[in-house]
Design a protein around this ligand. Sequence first.
Ligand SMILES: *Cc1c(COP(=O)(O)O)cnc(C)c1O
Length: 524
Amino acid sequence: MTMNREGRPTAAGEAEATAHTTFTGNRALQIEEPLLFEIGQTDETGVDLAEPEGLADRLGGLGRKAPIGLPGLSEPETMRHYVRLSQKNYAIDMGVYPLGSCTMKHNPRLNEKMARLPGFADVHPLQPAATVTGAVALLAMLGDWLKELTGMAAVTLSPKAGAHGELCGMMAIKAAHRARGESRNIVLVPESAHGTNPATAALIGYKVVPIPGRKDGTVDPAEVAKLMSPDVAAIMLTNPNTCGLFERDIVEIARVVHEGGAYFYADGANFNAIVGKARPGDLGVDAMHINLHKTFSTPHGGGGPGAGPVVFSEALAPFAPLPLVRLDGGKAVLVEDAANSSSGTPFGRMVAFHGQMGMFVRAMTYMLSHGADGLRLASEDAVLAANYVRASLADVMSLPFGNRTCMHEVLFDDTFLDGSGVTTLDFAKAMIDEGFHPMTMYFPLVVHGALLIEPTESESKASLDLFVAALRDLAMAAKAGDVGRFAGAPYFAPRRRLDETRAARQPKLVWSEPAPAAISPAEG
Ligand SMILES: *Cc1c(COP(=O)(O)O)cnc(C)c1O
């Protein structure tokens, strides 16, 4: 019998496990779950009560004539279906979730409690402003803190994610150029940028010109200067960048960009590395989105909707979109139309209403419960945790830009796997067998076989130590030529290794009823 680290008996080894099949296809309490349509039985649900006399047609002749094919399930069947599905979903509440760039940090439960207060959770966007003064005051307070932390002049809260915030910031830049009578058509984007940056620029009609990276993984102001022309509208730059490195020449880059009459858009998705340490406004940034769901812990991915407020410099503030929150005699007021906007000429609006109220409450709660010193400490701990992982693995994995201090995430490449027959993908899949969600793979594109790890400040030293030990063990196994441990991994996941490319290229989005003979319990 195999024992785990604590000396307790573990599950059967792989050989033992595969030697046993079960009648149901279930693996112990890991229960197979068919689609709702496959388990639904319309003839077993519903009520059977005769129509009362004289009320035969309660729907005025609009009742359905034929079934529409919805699955019929009892409440316990429905409950079990969704609970089982939820248990198949790996989450930050279950274990380490080291996705670089994504900042999967713990969402404190206090955030949830506050977001569920009826005065926040149950407000309706069409309610008269006089009945939601508390909620509007929260918007004002959050906006104020975002400006304070970033050193920027104005804020718009409404964009619903980081990418949406990028769009908002870039539309303000476009409006600013238009107001100057200019029609610049180029946006400079470093090669290492997140894919949303060039996508945003292209979406609103800009031509994207890539900035080649320096050997050390950062952007060289001289390269930016070479690419500057009267057609350049803006640069989009992430700091710390997607390699987890601080752009040391950011002030000079901002100077070069401004000298050429262009604006500096900062992708603020990595703001969680510098909160309380550096203010983008002091670095020359004109517009930046903040992923509340990354930096300020609100749930995201499968767990929540995210929010991407944008902060603006004095130069771009007049173009910030509606709605805005203005302070009027000590009271926060929502400004809904341009005529009431004392501040300038808003370019329009990003959303129908005001944005993600639930995320605003969670982010504000996170800020209030940390305080200014706690927010700074969170950034410091995030950077410390990433550097702990870097230093602990530098001898067995490979660092593309040398063993230098990183920010909140550490980037490895696949050089350490050279000649082992193991790829980045194999390595990541083997982590699943060890009980870890893999890190971000193959991003950024500027390094070969990238493995980007962002542990965040939420992980304890003990949890980082176990994570590091597992990665060390895998790296040593790969170097020792134990290809079998990787080639078919994950061995212990319910669905083994999936053909992700085919799933993405040929997604099956419509369920059609299989021939009756094709349904057997073992196939699930
Ligand atoms: C997450 C991220 C984005 C996009 O943010 P979403 O909220 O997912 O739209 C953009 N840039 C970087 C660097 C990111 O990490």
